[in-house]
Design a protein around this ligand. Structure first.
Ligand code: NAP
Ligand code: G4F
Length: 322
């Protein structure tokens, strides 16, 4: 039986990845940073909370990482932990750099010092493309991050590559484009919208305040994307891969799909509020997943419409059960 250590196991991707690895027969260990009041809500939603071994640790505390890696002797480490909200990275740029950037180096060092044979996955991000240098972004596209979060992710990305080249370690980066689900945090725009739509539909909310609705993203379903993480670590050689759908849509398109699913017109409820504008925006992201399709035999299975509709349905169900 293989053992996998997942940092960020209480987050959206951590929950779906833990479920996938349990189904594949792994012993799944989660690093628990004790940051939220109810850290287990996502794992309970998927009904897997009791099947996971938890160990205390924090990405900013190298000693805790060394202790956990030494104790559990993982075959694979998936580094999903981060301060992952782009908007907050302007309010807390130093914390974001320490967790999302330096945290990657800490976990790489913990692995190198303990057992450099451990396979490592880094959660890199399309946010690193930022002010896009090519209209469709692939593994070859130059980076131009536009937020403290994007800069921190780029540091982690290059460290992951550098440890592969310097120490022949099996380290992979998945450059994942936006992926969403009913387990998405409420601060991200898709879930903010689907949660608001459900509340408006049952009469609990009157309006929805958003920032830049012309921003375009390549949105996929998180449940599909965690499969690609696992596939990367099963290849004969470590490498970096873009994971995306190859389709881009505006925030406005997303609102239209979500509201019309409950028979409403988004224009009747949407209020543009400049407080949600960002100091520097990423206007458009569109990924080219060809390499993943050819080498990993991976592709996104869930359409954008299906994704938004399933998120609205999940929020409606939660609100009705409250
Ligand atoms: P998420 O829901 O925000 O989860 C982040 C996780 O990191 C949570 O479990 C959080 O714990 C944990 N964490 C935060 N600070 C920590 C620290 N100092 N030490 C240890 N754990 C810490 O993020 P996600 O959407 O699942 O994304 C997973 C990873 O993929 C992140 O690295 C994100 O930056 C990256 N990514 C995401 C997307 C996307 O569209 N979702 C796209 C590209 C890359 P608490 O719950 O206790 O706060
Ligand atoms: O949902 P968002 O906050 O996601 P963003 O900034 O693209 O970041 C997400 O995807 C990255 C991958 O590219 C990840 F690395 C990162 O961890 C995170 O998961 O915002 C999407 C777009 C932005 O252009 C934002 O300006 O929606 C726009 N937006 C408009 N109004 C809003 C709002 N975003 C949020 N969160 N809230 C609004 O009211």
């Amino acid at each position: 039986m293989k053992t996998a250590l997942i940092t960020g196991i209480t987050g959206q991707d951590g929950a779906y990845l833990a479920k996938l690895l349990l189904e594949k027969g792994y012993h799944v260990v989660g690093l628990l940073a004790h940051r939220s009041t109810d850290p287990f809500w996502r794992l309970s939603y998927l009904n897997i909370h009791t099947e996971i071994e938890f160990n205390d640790g924090d990405l900013t505390d190298l000693s805790s990482l060394i202790r956990v890696v030494k104790k559990i002797k993982p075959d694979e480490v998936y580094n999903l932990a981060a301060q992952s909200f782009v908007g907050a990275s302007w309010q807390q740029p130093i914390l974001t750099s320490q967790v999302t950037g330096m945290g990657v180096l800490h976990i790489l060092e913990a692995i190198r010092a303990t057992n450099p044979q451990i396979k490592f996955y880094q959660a890199s991000s399309s946010e690193m493309f930022g002010l896009v240098q090519q209209s469709v972004q692939s593994e070859e596209t130059p980076f131009y991050p536009r937020s403290p979060y994007g800069v921190a992710k780029l540091f982690g990305h290059w460290m992951t590559k550098n440890y592969r080249e310097s120490y022949s370690m099996f380290t992979c980066s998945g450059i994942l484009f936006n992926h969403e689900s009913p387990l998405r945090g409420l601060e991200f725009v898709t879930r903010k919208v689907t949660h608001a739509v459900a509340r408006i539909a049952v009469g609990e909310q009157k309006e929805l305040r958003l920032g830049n609705i012309d921003a375009k993203r390549d949105w996929g379903y998180a449940g599909d994307y965690v499969e690609a993480m696992w596939l990367m670590l099963q290849q004969p050689n470590p490498d970096d891969y873009v994971i995306a759908t190859g389709r881009t849509s505006t925030v406005r398109d997303m609102c239209q799909i979500a509201f019309s699913h409950v028979g409403l017109n988004y224009e009747d409820y949407l209020v543009i509020d400049p407080q949600f504008y960002r100091p520097a925006e990423v206007d458009i992201l569109l990924g080219n997943p060809d390499k993943a399709r050819k080498q990993l035999k991976w592709e996104a299975k869930t359409s954008f419409e299906e994704l938004i509709q399933l998120m609205v349905e999940a929020d409606l169900k939660r609100i009705r059960e409250e």
